[in-house]
Every structure is written in C-alpha cells, then in structure tokens.
Design a protein. Structure first.
Length: 331
C-alpha cells in the first residue's frame, strides 16, 4: 500500500515536471520571439536615423535632452516624386514644439509659398524650394531664420510612408469642414469628402491633407487640415492596440522616414507622453498677405504676426524672449 501511494506520488511529480517544462519552453519561446521582434524593430527604426551636420542650433546655448527639456521638431513632407527622390520640394512644413514638463504640444504650419531670402542666390523665393536647393539642412536654416527659434530635431517623410503609416494604425478620423472632391495619387480616381466626421485611409488622408485649390481659406485651410491629420494620427498611434503594431510602424519609418531622433529617445518620449491626447495640442497660426506683384504667388507674413509667433514658441520652449524684453523696456 505504501509503495502504491509512493508510485502514484512519483508519477504525479513527473507529470507536474513535464507540464512545468512545457510552460517553461513556451515562455522562453515567447521571450525569444519578443526579443527578436524588439531587435527587428530597433534595427528598422535605426534605418530612419540620420544626423545633421551640426551639434546644435545656433539659437541654443547647449544641447537639449529630449526627455527633460522643451524641444522642437520640424516635420517635412517631401514631394520626392518630382525629382526621382533627390531633394524634392517640401509640400508640408510644420514646426512642433514639445514641453515634457507640461506634456503639451504646439503646432505651427508654415505656408509652402512663404517668401524668404536665399543668400546663395541673391534673391527671394518660396521657402518650400529650400529642400531642393540644399536638402533638410537648408530648410532648417530658413525656418530658424524666419522664426528665430531653434530647430532641435527634424523628421522628413515622403508621401508613400505617410499613407502606409495611416493604414497601419487603421486610418484616422477627422472633421471634414465642407464637401469637396480630390483626385487620388494612386489611380487618379475621384475621392469624395463630405462635411462632418469621416474615417480616412492613407490614400484619402493624403488627398485630404494636400487639397488647397477648393478651400476658400487657401493655404490656411490646408495647413489646418494637415495639423488635423497629425493630431489624429498621434492619437491613433498612442492607442493600446496600435502600440502592438510598433514593429510595422518602425519598418515603415526605416523605409520612408529620416530623422535625427534616436530610437532610445523616441522610446523614452513615448513613455513620457503616455495618456497624451489631442486636447494637449494647440495650433499656432502665422498670418500674412498674398503677393502676386511679380506675376507669381507668394505668401508674405506680417511682421507683427512673426513677432507674436516667435514669442509663443519661445515661451513654450522656455527660451528668453529678447524681443519682448526690448518692448517692455521701451514702454
């Protein structure tokens, strides 16, 4: 009887060991697979990393730490189809300032036809030509000169990457301001947009962001729609379900995005902004006038608007505003 109970106990112990072994094997397999995915994601995202030819902006006394200090990012949407992928013009220029302490973001769209001076040419031209003249470095230089604030980081994305990322996160929901149609860049078909909430896929989101001829507000309306898409995309990316798609997003970034934000910095930033939503984002507008005196169209910002935008961005970046100090001293 004793031997029988001992044998049963022994067999039960062996079964328990086998079950534990199976669970342990599955656990190790999952860990290994997760580690593989993490490595693949890291490698893919690293493919997007491209440094600038400088340590810091001339408008900075010292380098900023992305997870501690307020910083700025210049988002450039590139028309690379027009140049075979080599230094196309910027169809979109958006300056985003982020304040980690406040967990707030400010977005400024710079109209693509904004008039700026090019020293190497000796004359003025549109700001969106800067990328064709000198790539991301010259674009950053012109934006810094216009706003007199540092551009700490940059991100360039071509239209293919823009569409694919939107599709990966399952589309974006926007509030369409009015009815309009726009041609698809895929097959030239007509896409219909109706006033009110709409969920857009990548192809539709690109058409929505680029349309301007039918917008009664012209570039201003277009800029607002672009910021609308960015806000919606950021909200979608931070949803728990889409955080599981980080591998696909990272691979897409490696193929179609360039940035000088390191993977480790991006991971830290995503943790810092956990729970972030679009209500923490504020739009900043650069006001100006249309100029067709030369026969071509240009956008000329009002001086008072430039000063106001500079002050808003500097305050958000926690940079001393010498202009405001001068004005208060004068008064």
């Amino acid at each position: 009887m004793v031997n029988s109970r001992y044998e049963k106990k022994k067999r039960k112990g062996k079964r328990l060991k086998r079950v534990l072994l199976v669970f342990l094997t599955l656990f190790l397999a999952l860990v290994a697979y997760g580690g593989y995915l993490l490595f693949e994601t890291y490698q893919a995202a690293n493919g997007a990393y491209t440094e600038l030819d400088r340590d810091k902006s001339k408008y900075r006394d010292k380098e900023v730490k992305i997870n501690k200090d307020p910083f700025s990012v210049l988002i450039m949407g590139i028309e690379d189809y027009s140049s075979g992928g080599e230094n196309g013009r910027t169809d979109t220029l958006i300056v985003a300032t982020l304040n980690p302490k406040e967990k707030t973001v400010k977005l400024l769209s710079i109209p693509r036809d904004t008039l700026v001076y090019y020293e190497h040419l000796g004359y003025e031209s549109r700001i969106n030509h800067a990328h064709a003249y000198g790539g991301k470095e010259m674009t950053i230089e012109k934006v810094e000169e216009l706003l007199e604030v540092p551009i700490d980081y940059y991100t360039t994305v071509n239209f293919e990457g823009f569409k694919n990322v939107i599709d990966i996160v399952g589309g974006v929901e926007v509030e369409v301001p009015f009815d309009f149609t726009e041609k698809s860049d895929v097959d030239n078909s007509v896409l219909q947009f109706t006033e009110g909430p709409m969920n857009l896929n990548g192809e539709e989101a690109l058409a929505y962001a680029r349309m301007r001829k039918q917008d009664p507000r012209g570039d201003f309306g277009r800029n607002d729609r672009q910021k609308q898409i960015i806000q919606a995309a950021m909200s979608e990316m931070l949803k728990p379900g889409n955080l599981l798609k980080v591998d696909d997003i990272a691979k897409e970034m490696g193929n179609n995005v360039q940035t000088n934000i390191r993977v480790s910095e991006g991971i830290g930033l995503s943790k810092l902004y956990a729970g972030f939503n679009s209500s923490s984002m504020e739009n900043v507008t650069l006001e100006g006038a249309d100029d067709t005196s030369t026969g071509a169209y240009y956008f000329v910002p009002y001086e008072e608007s430039i000063l106001e935008v500079r002050s808003i961005l500097k305050q958000h970046l926690e940079i001393e505003d010498s202009t405001a100090q001068t004005e208060s001293t004068t008064e």
